[in-house]
Design a protein around this ligand. Structure first.
Ligand code: ZN
Length: 291
């Protein structure tokens, strides 16, 4: 079945200005032709995330059993959605098919884009601001496996999620260490992962979020499944500083309403950047992967 893509036509003023700045910064880079602000996402996804929070029956917690259920496709909606898990934690999910993409291309992208901030802006020209990795030499070291280069090598991403800029520390780790069942991942063919626990740079040692990005190669393309949680929750206490998240979020006034708004904005952000990446990656890879 053919997917109907529709253009994203609303960007808050700070994103419009960021686009102009990013456009200026990318001028002269060998990959500037790939900087294209005409983002499109499937009409079906827009319908799903703009008609309110998803059905409660399908909302997952960050527990190991819920993560396994999502990987197995049990009690899940296809596509995208967002909702509060409870008043202190939100959930966002997406399930995408990317024809023409392979896990090899995605691994390449997750190294390449982190090494120069202008590359990061290709991914979401209106929303991405800056990107730094703790140990760029390790990330670039081709004698190591992808996992050795990425895991434990924290990425700090500054980006607009909705109209507000966030600075997020993304602590990549193996999906098993984050709570996914290794056997279930393998049984279902999910060998690609860029999953992480997350903190804000304002409280870098306080886990406030968890993200699973898992992928598998299929005959129809790359299947990419994503879950995000942000806020505070007992199940996040298994990560560094997780038990301190509730007090920190209260102290900065980041509570239910702000979290729910962020959930919706993250849902749109995720769709925007991953469908855009799926559009530009095959040619980008062809041109720059060997260089
Ligand atoms: Zn982003």
């Amino acid at each position: 079945m053919k997917t109907d893509f529709v253009p994203i036509t609303y960007f808050a003023v700070p994103l419009q200005k960021q686009l102009l700045e990013n456009q200026e910064n990318i001028r002269g880079k060998p990959y500037e032709d790939f900087f294209d602000p005409n983002l499109k996402i499937p009409d079906s996804a827009i319908q799903q995330v703009t008609r309110g929070p998803m059905d409660r029956r399908y909302v997952k917690t960050p527990s190991k059993s819920d993560i396994s259920a999502f990987v197995k496709g049990e009690d899940v909606i296809q596509g995208s959605g967002y909702a509060m898990v409870d008043e202190a934690l939100f959930y966002v999910q997406s399930r995408m098919l990317m024809p023409g993409i392979t896990s090899e291309m995605m691994r390449w992208w997750f190294v390449w884009h982190q090494l120069e901030k202008e590359r990061y802006t290709l991914w979401f020209p209106q929303a991405h601001i800056d990107n730094k990795v703790a140990d760029p030499e390790r990330l670039a070291d081709t004698s190591l496996t992808f996992e050795e280069r990425l895991y434990g090598n924290t990425n700090v991403a500054k980006e607009f999620i909705g109209p507000i800029a966030q600075e997020i520390a993304i602590h990549f780790d193996s999906p098993a260490a984050l709570g996914a069942d290794r056997e279930i991942l393998e049984q279902n063919g999910y060998y690609f992962s860029t999953s992480a626990w997350m903190s804000l740079t304002a409280a870098p040692e306080t886990c406030m979020g968890l993200m699973f990005h898992l992928g598998r190669d299929t005959s129809k393309g790359f299947e990419f499944i994503t879950q995000y949680w942000m806020g505070s929750h007992d199940e996040l206490h298994r990560f560094p500083g997780g038990a301190d998240a509730a007090a920190f979020l209260r102290s900065v006034g980041f509570e239910t309403e702000a979290l729910e708004n962020l959930a919706f904005e993250l849902s749109i952000h995720d769709l925007s950047e991953y469908y855009n990446l799926a559009r530009i990656l095959p040619k980008l890879y062809e041109k720059f992967a060997g260089n």
